[in-house]
Design a binder for this molecule. Structure first.
Ligand code: IMP
Ligand code: MG
Length: 427
């Protein structure tokens, strides 16, 4: 079903035509189910664009019982959309190769453009990722070891060539290699990496921001697909337990090189409970049987690393912060079905830190590890049937409660892995 265009909200006016772009952004610590939502809405859009992160992402889409996981290719692939990988992405060409091979094996083809300014992930950035995690010891972030942080760091240090440099032959790694040589015992030979990577990227280089504007000018809408979640944002997340890039919607313009006015609407995606992979504070974490049950039923294991995800109740303090940071215009709530398998149902409405209560995530951030959740008990979903087009009253009550608290409409509800298990509200 195409995205319902409410052009009176925030239209981008180009050549007297109204075009709507849409950003899909995660409001928790990633794995909110963005891939499914992108796939579901993709029909109404000409292109799906990745603007941040890299192959640390794991976007899962289930179609007719088959599970597809993408790390780099935008999730519009299965709807045969134009796929754009913008300059804000840390690009691992060999992961891209694997995904393109997988698509070819399925008899498909990806209509792909990769921005020439993408920062690269070579074997060296992956080595550095592991090396730094080793240095952190007990305080390890628990990164995906995909070289993401180091790749962005190497760009900031201006030591590493970009995708376009690799393809057009001006690739010079000598400074980077000298830098790595100062702390890595062995420096892997990059000759094969270079040859294979160049082959993958040849013919796919372009200016992704320019392409987005060109599509908009031709009257086409574009979807921006966020990777990771708001609370993993490099600046606004639970630093230092964050990823190496920005995850919030305002990185769309900066990460692509398009004007702010082209961002369009922002759909925030949140899971009906919370998960987190890796280290860092997690106030609503459950270490009991209920948490274990949710992990099992919800298949909460990392799509990139296979690690069990930490599981907790829905946290409205974090969500409110995420709604504000992203300027969320509507909300998609996923995995409601998982809560029909557990007897309890709680929502965190505040934190207690040293006996004083706060509902302000930003203020709580420095003390988040000591924050104790203040819960509101909700009516349990246990045993509910969510498959009909009409949500049960108990579920509606939860959604209305969230809308009241967050001041944003829940317009989409996902009640299962399949495309068909998706309901639109307030349409
Ligand atoms: P990095 O992005 O590999 O540097 O990992 C930094 C932190 O972000 C770790 O806690 C990872 O588990 C987490 N992370 C990175 N990408 C994702 C994702 O796509 N989903 C969930 N967590 C992620
Ligand atoms: Mg994921």
């Amino acid at each position: 079903m195409p995205f319902s265009c409410r052009i009176e909200l925030n239209p981008l006016r180009l050549n007297s035509r109204y075009v709507r772009n849409l950003c899909i952004v995660g409001l928790q610590w990633g794995d909110e189910g963005k891939g499914k939502i992108v796939d579901y809405y993709a029909d109404g859009f000409e292109a799906v664009v990745r603007y941040n992160g890299g192959s640390n992402a794991g976007h899962t889409i289930v179609i007719n019982g088959r599970t597809f996981v993408f790390h780099l290719l935008p999730s519009g692939l299965l709807k045969k959309k134009k796929l754009l990988i913008g300059p804000g992405v840390a690009l691992d060409p060999l992961t891209l190769r694997e995904e393109l091979d997988m698509v070819a094996k399925e008899g498909g083809e990806a209509d792909l453009m990769v921005d020439e300014r993408c920062t690269l992930v070579t074997t060296l950035e992956k080595e550095m990722d592991s090396f730094i995690e080793g240095l952190r010891g007990a305080n390890a972030i628990g990164t995906t070891k995909r070289g993401i942080g180091p790749s962005y760091a190497m760009r900031a240090l201006r030591l590493t060539p970009r995708a376009g440099d690799l393809v057009n032959g001006s690739f010079d790694m000598s400074s980077a290699i000298a830098f790595y040589g100062s702390f890595l015992k062995t420096i892997p030979d990059l000759t094969e990496w270079k040859d294979r990577s160049r082959e993958v990227l040849a013919g796919k280089m372009g200016d992704v921001g320019g392409k987005v504007m060109e599509l908009n000018e031709a009257g086409h809408s574009v979807m921006f697909e966020g990777a990771q979640g708001t609370l993993l944002d490099l600046i606004f997340g639970t630093y230092p337990y964050v990823t190496g890039a920005h995850t919030i919607a305002s990185y769309v313009p900066a990460g692509l090189g398009i004007p702010n006015s082209a961002l369009g609407d922002v759909m925030g995606v949140a899971k009906a409970y919370t998960t987190r992979v890796g280290g860092g504070p997690f106030p609503t974490e459950m270490t009991d049987e209920t948490g274990e049950k949710i992990r099992k039923v919800g298949k909460e294991y990392g799509a990139t690393t296979g690690r069990p995800r930490r599981v907790g109740w829905l946290d409205l303090v974090g969500l409110k912060y995420a709604v504000r940071l992203n300027g969320v215009s509507e909300l998609a709530l996923t995995k409601l079905d998982i809560l029909t398998k557990v007897k309890e149902m709680k929502v965190c409405v505040g934190y207690s830190i040293d006996g004083s209560e706060t509902g302000d995530f930003s203020r709580a951030l420095p003390r988040l590890a000591d924050a104790r959740p203040v819960y509101q008990d909700m009516r349990s979903f246990f045993g509910l049937e969510l498959r009909e087009n009409q949500l049960p009253q108990v579920a509606e009550q939860l959604l209305e409660f969230l809308e009241d608290e967050l001041k944003v409409k829940v317009t989409l509800v996902s009640t299962g892995e399949e495309r068909s298990a998706t309901m639109q509200r307030h349409a």
